[in-house]
Design a protein around this ligand. Structure first.
Ligand code: ZN
Ligand code: ZN
Length: 125
């Protein structure tokens, strides 16, 4: 079925991406296999996959959502210069005890800054 094939392809593209692609990045890759696919279709499938917990949607300050093959909650570092998004799993702990008796449903932590690459480019390190 065509629809299933689109969904599988889109899922596989995100699943094999480690740079938190935008919908447009996924769309460009999709076109290599399905040249007639539309950006709206890619969006719809990405949102479906995210709503069903298969991939993760990251809300960005510029409103251009990014998609993540890691579907569980984890903090991100967002570079304000080049807009790259990195996982911050190591060296960033989440203190569950401090939440007292509140129950966490999900969380989103986005740390904003300037990445190592951009700092090097500017000669700051
Ligand atoms: Zn950067
Ligand atoms: Zn991530």
């Amino acid at each position: 079925m065509r629809k299933t094939r689109q969904k599988e392809l889109i899922f596989n593209i995100v699943d094999n991406s480690y740079n938190h692609p935008t919908a447009n990045d996924v769309y460009v890759k999709c076109q290599q296999e399905l040249p007639e696919i539309s950006l709206a279709t890619v969006y719809r499938n990405l949102n479906f996959l995210a709503d069903n917990g298969l991939i993760k949607r990251i809300k960005m300050p510029d409103n251009i959502d990014r998609f993540d093959n890691r579907h569980y909650d984890h903090p991100h570092f967002i570079c304000v210069k080049c807009a790259s998004v990195m996982d911050l799993e190591d060296g960033f702990s989440f203190d569950v005890d401090s939440l007292n008796s509140n129950k966490i449903l999900d969380y989103e932590i986005n740390v904003r800054g300037i990445c190592e690459k951009c700092l090097k480019k500017e000669g700051e390190i």
